[in-house]
Write a protein that binds this ligand. Structure first.
Ligand code: ES4
Ligand code: ZN
Length: 330
């Protein structure tokens, strides 16, 4: 794509990224071997060939299975460092990374192992090439609020040690039937504790879930949010509050939230004046990292260079960076 050098050079951030979704099939196989885990696929290619999703749940089944190879601190470090090296190559200046501790603690992996591996990679990237990073601990919405509260309590003793990284919480996994209200208490507790708040809403779920993520959870940023378009009053509110949407075009295509990328509403939302950003979600599963998401979207929706620059600028202003750092990047 002729805009590749332009997009590579844009100062930009990634704000919607599940670190477990960066596990490439090659690394899944390598970690399985290292940990003596038998995978139900004969080869890397057979695993990659299984990545044919019809909806969010069909993806999540493989995503949670893939994450099952993560056992040691080194595993979490290797996964995270592989992703950060790609972001360096793509001209990304800052990342806000979600991780799903419940996926690991349920298998007997200690939450401190998860934090330690992620943090060692993030601090190394910061110290060696100046890539800044924050962590957003994500609660799995298909599990109970009680489970989320227990997870928060397990993580809180680590807060001091990771104050430079762990700045907020998120809500992910299967959206349908798991509305934001289910997590009202745990979000209230996180708010009291001073955490920044994001939540997935309006990916497969209705616009009402976006509204309740704002009203009940007091989310400051909405992950996906593309179904907000179904509610004009909500759209006006998102515009006036400048609530950012972290949109993931290739994810929406692969999970059949849209049938074709040229039917994606990102350009419409941008034209309406929403603070839309482009992100990669689970790049190892959806066929492209951040720059690929920009370029595929530009191609499908005929985005211009100034529009791509606006999207990149939005990604900086929608981040949780301090204002001084935002200004330096803009
Ligand atoms: C996710 Cl695409 C998506 N949606 C909701 N939860 C997730 N966890 C990882 N990827
Ligand atoms: Zn997501």
């Amino acid at each position: 794509h002729h805009l590749r050098p332009f997009v590579l050079g844009l100062p930009k951030t990634e704000l919607h990224l599940h670190i477990e979704g960066t596990l490439e099939p090659e690394l899944i196989f390598a970690l399985a071997e290292r940990n003596g885990i038998q995978l139900p696929y004969p080869s890397v290619q057979a695993l990659r060939d299984a990545y044919q999703f019809t909806d969010l749940q069909s993806f999540l089944d493989l995503y949670y299975a893939g994450a099952g190879v993560l056992i040691t601190e080194q595993d979490f470090y290797d996964m995270t460092m592989a992703y950060l090296l790609r972001m360096r190559a793509e001209g990304v200046r800052h990342v806000e990374i979600m991780f799903d501790p419940q996926t690991h603690t349920v298998r007997g992996v200690d939450i401190s192992t998860v934090f330690a591996g992620l943090a060692r990679a993030l601090r190394e990237a910061r110290d060696s090439w100046g890539l800044s990073a924050y962590l957003l601990l994500s609660f799995l919405r298909h599990l109970s609020e009680e489970d989320a509260l227990v997870t928060l309590e397990q993580a809180l003793p680590l807060r001091e040690a990771y104050l430079d990284l762990w700045i907020g919480v998120g809500l992910d996994s299967g959206e349908r039937g798991n509305p934001p209200e289910k997590f009202a208490r745990v979000y209230e507790r996180c708010r009291t504790l001073g955490f920044r708040l994001v939540a997935h809403a309006g990916e497969e779920g209705p616009a009402e879930y976006v509204r309740n993520a704002l009203d009940v959870l007091q989310a400051e940023r909405i992950d996906h949010g593309v179904r907000s378009e179904e509610d004009p009053a909500l759209l006006q509110r998102l515009i006036h509050q400048r609530t950012p949407l972290t949109v993931c075009p290739l994810s929406n295509l692969k999970l059949q939230v849209v049938d074709e990328l040229d039917q994606h509403n990102l350009a419409r939302l941008l034209r309406l004046g929403l603070c839309v950003t482009i992100n990669s979600d689970d790049p190892a599963y959806f066929g492209g990292y951040l720059v690929e998401n920009y370029l595929a979207t530009a191609q499908a929706l005929n985005l211009t260079a100034p529009q791509l620059a606006t999207l990149a600028r939005n990604s900086i202003s929608a981040s949780f960076l301090p204002d001084a750092r935002k200004l330096a990047l803009l």
